[in-house]
Write a protein that binds this ligand. Sequence first.
Ligand SMILES: Cc1cc2nc3c(=O)[nH]c(=O)nc-3n(C[C@H](O)[C@H](O)[C@H](O)COP(=O)(O)OP(=O)(O)OC[C@H]3O[C@@H](n4cnc5c(N)ncnc54)[C@H](O)[C@@H]3O)c2cc1C
Length: 421
Amino acid sequence: MKIVKKQSIAIIGGGASGIFASLRCAEVAKTEKINVDIHVFEGSSKLLKKVRISGGGRCNVTHHIFEVNDFCLNYPRGRKELLSPFQNFQASDTVDWFEKRGVELKYESDGRMFPVTDDSETIIDCFMQEANKHGIKLLNKMNVKSLKKLDNGKISLFINEDESFIADSVLIATGSMPGGYRLAQNLGHSTTEIAPSLFTFKIEDEILKDLSGTSFPQASLSLKIDGAKPFEQSGPLLITHWGLSGPALLKLSAWAAREMMHTNYKAKLIVNWLGIGHQNDAEKLLSTIKRDNTKTSVGNAYPNDLTKRFWLQLLIKCSISKEKNWSEISKKELNLILNNLFNCELNVLGKSRFKEEFVECGGINLKEINFKTMESKICPGLYFSGEVMDIDGITGGFNFQSAWTSGWIAGNHMAQTKSKD
Ligand SMILES: Cc1cc2nc3c(=O)[nH]c(=O)nc-3n(C[C@H](O)[C@H](O)[C@H](O)COP(=O)(O)OP(=O)(O)OC[C@H]3O[C@@H](n4cnc5c(N)ncnc54)[C@H](O)[C@@H]3O)c2cc1C
């Protein structure tokens, strides 16, 4: 009688990347007629927790950029390493993957892609149906505590207090949980410095006073941190009750995540509220307003793209009375307005976590991973995918895309690893 050997595959972490990897692995195994037994070990009582709450419950699945080089520009860490994985599975493949399974995605004007239902449960239902179809074993409350490489090449997983499991290949897809880093360290891996990414800035300045909710569609930001080159970002900006937020600021926080942590979140932020490219253009704009409004009070004639409330606050900061006529505004006062409009210097005092979406930067050292397979260069049979690696994207669907892509590649290769029996 011929004994059919089963390839035992263990995936640690039932989040975005682990589940996607398990589905790809099962699909490849089916197509290639490889006999696999796939277990997903999830430490908590719920699978796909972050997918459920992501994008404010709508799940920002990916971003509508289908050119791989451009897509990679949105990763402060991992940009170079993701190039080859994205050539195999990129945002357009994500769209096709979901479409083939009956889930249509749409994109919004800023490029973010969501299911047309605007409901993250659509994504979860799709994954659960696929997992059932393939007979993947999804196990909750299975916290993997440590890993050991065995002499026969297999890997042993120690789970909860007294359970264990032996697998031919193991994927660590534990997101940013410290326990996941320890599992990789058990098998010889190193991690880079962990720091929060995607946070808002705490700023106390006269110009922001009582303006919570005021937004600027196209501001330009420059962040100056001691000992680092300035970080630049432009886009929508929002005043909050503790300082500044909005897409441009969150992205800036991702680029400067480590440097900001090193200075305990103290830095100088230069804001160009209108995002005007050259100082000359800003000067011209103010001179035109002054020329055309000689008989109007300075509080009643201001750049179209600003709210009156913000303009009045800017005048308070410049100690200029809003009752003064434009004709009375001196050259010095005009320069003061110009500076606060075009080059407004604010002291960053700390960070506040953005409650909707945040990620950690840092994780498994990328030099220790083969990005063609996602396999460890240190421990054969061990794979990585998702946020556990030192990869993070800016806000907009980039973090999920790297989770899908790395999971897809790991799943591909794990299915094809030879059984060690
Ligand atoms: C509130 C919020 C909203 C977000 N919204 C978006 C968005 O709209 N778009 C986007 O692109 N990104 C978003 N992100 C980021 C995105 O969710 C993550 O980048 C992504 O989930 C990473 O996938 P992952 O599989 O690597 O990790 P996770 O999804 O975090 O999954 C890891 C899983 O591993 C489990 N685990 C950890 N350690 C162990 C262990 N030892 N044993 C067993 N199981 C373990 C955890 O319980 C968890 O279920 C959001 C993040 C948050 C927090």
